[in-house]
Design a protein. Sequence first.
Length: 619
Amino acid sequence: MAVETQAAPNNQGNDRVGYDFSVLYRLRMMFSAFWGSAVRIKIISLTVSLFVIIMVTAYVQVLLNSWNAPFYDSLARRDTGAFFHQLGVFGIIAGSLLVLNVIQAWFNQMTALYMREGLARDLVDQWLKAKRALRLASSGLIGVNPDQRLHEDARNLAESTTGLAIGLVQATILLLSFIGVLWELSNGMVFHYNDMSFSIPGYMVWAAIIYAGSASFLSQFVGRRLVRLNADRYSKEAELRFALMHANEHMPAITIASGQENERRRINLDISAVLAVIRQLAIANTNLTWVSAGYGWLVLIIPILVAAPAYFSGGLTFGQLMVAVGAFNQVNTALRWYVANFGPIAEWRATLMRVTDFRQALMEMDDTTPMPHTITFDQAAPGTMAWTDMEISTKTSEDAMENGFRIREGSVTIAAGEHIMVNGDHGVNRRLLFQSLAHQWNCGSGTISMPPMEDMLFMPHTPYVPGGTLREAICFPEDRDAYDDAAIEAAMDKVGLSRLKARLDTQARWDRLLDNDEQKAIAFAHLLLAKPKWIILDEVMEGLELDIQAKFSALLTEFTEATVIYIGRSDAYLQAMSPRVLHLQALVPHEEEVAEATAQPVPDEEPEVDSKKANAPSR
């Protein structure tokens, strides 16, 4: 039975994934993500509640606008009783609006919260599905700094989507509510010119549409660069944050090497890139301010100027004039919503583009492109592993097989319980063999027949110590409760971590508190707990002290029935396990290797592993 494997990285076409997608396509993608999330019901309930609150608020605002007529007419008549009565009416209306605004703000915050939950969980699920995260890392610019898209972009998109959607709905409802009021008031506006009298149906409505439409057109023209500039800014900010985090993580090595000045130059280059984009954004936003602020100040006088002819001709009372001005402002505000929010809309579109590009790229990781040279993975016969005519290439191009290696011994069958050590020629990337066995690399040819993956445990050269408690680190990737305390403490005693038993449930950055030997000891502790049938190690002894190597090799002897495959060179493993040694041979040997092979015959017996090479870092 064939085993699913990862296609070789394909860097072509992924640097600008999805930049040509329409906004409608992106919205459909995000709607499908929310529709399949666990918070769908909560978001729908909050959305319906928000719509009801906005409808009631709009109705009360219409009442407030109608209140202007009797209030200002009472002022014009100097009617004290009516004046105080209208103040009481205003208190009731304003109090109702206050309560409605507070409820709407709460619903707004909760909607943004659940939208972020749904979006963040969906993106993390898509990212960690199968081997997508690993493939994405080799897919060009789209795979750079995924944390920015998973965290900051997801937060911005959830919050801005909620705010803009509520604002758009509110503006639309206000427009529908007040456009009728403004149209009715316009019917009473009679204009006199010489001896002629005439009226224009919906006069103030058309004036508001022309005023807001011109502002929208100018805003679109002036601010059209903001979407791409915001996307570039988020990208540069992510690169700067990564540079700072990377320098902080490796500060001991940087300080020992006196490389602070070099790092300062590198970080300053990233700072300069961020500042350059922000400078362009500042220019674009300043130009946009000319439009938004200019139209904002003009709106103070425009509705009065528009209604003035009808007022001075006696067609409107002072109270009706103020009602018309209020209705004009509400209609204009609704129509100018796009103008007032052009900057936030540009930022929203930028984050929408980055998030949907990222999600689309993740889904495309499953669409593997056939490569010219691909290893076939099959299910092995029970209790065996077989490498048949296996050749592993180091490149993904057509000439890949000119840059690879094979097993010198030819086709190999490994039986259950056997001990194997795989050495390699100079320049051979042994780690690709480990990645191929782990189904992370399939460029090459031949067939690899594997036992069930659940029977295997892969131990990479660099151990992974997750955040959290020490118990979680030892049990990883199983749940923290997978093993009892007695078993965990016994394993810690065997690997030399007895001093940490009292801190088993302590939350800490154990990847920083523990040195390399102790981190590998955690990996061996988990090995003792998991008791796999097949153990594959990738140069895990390299870089360790000889006594530590001897201790870990002795631990491997306890797995009397397990098959142990060690990829690398280690005297300690060789002496403890007495393994069968296999050799990786370059398909195109280096010139010096060819000369050496020509000058010296290959001995029949197994070459002794050099202890110095045993401690050499892996390639």
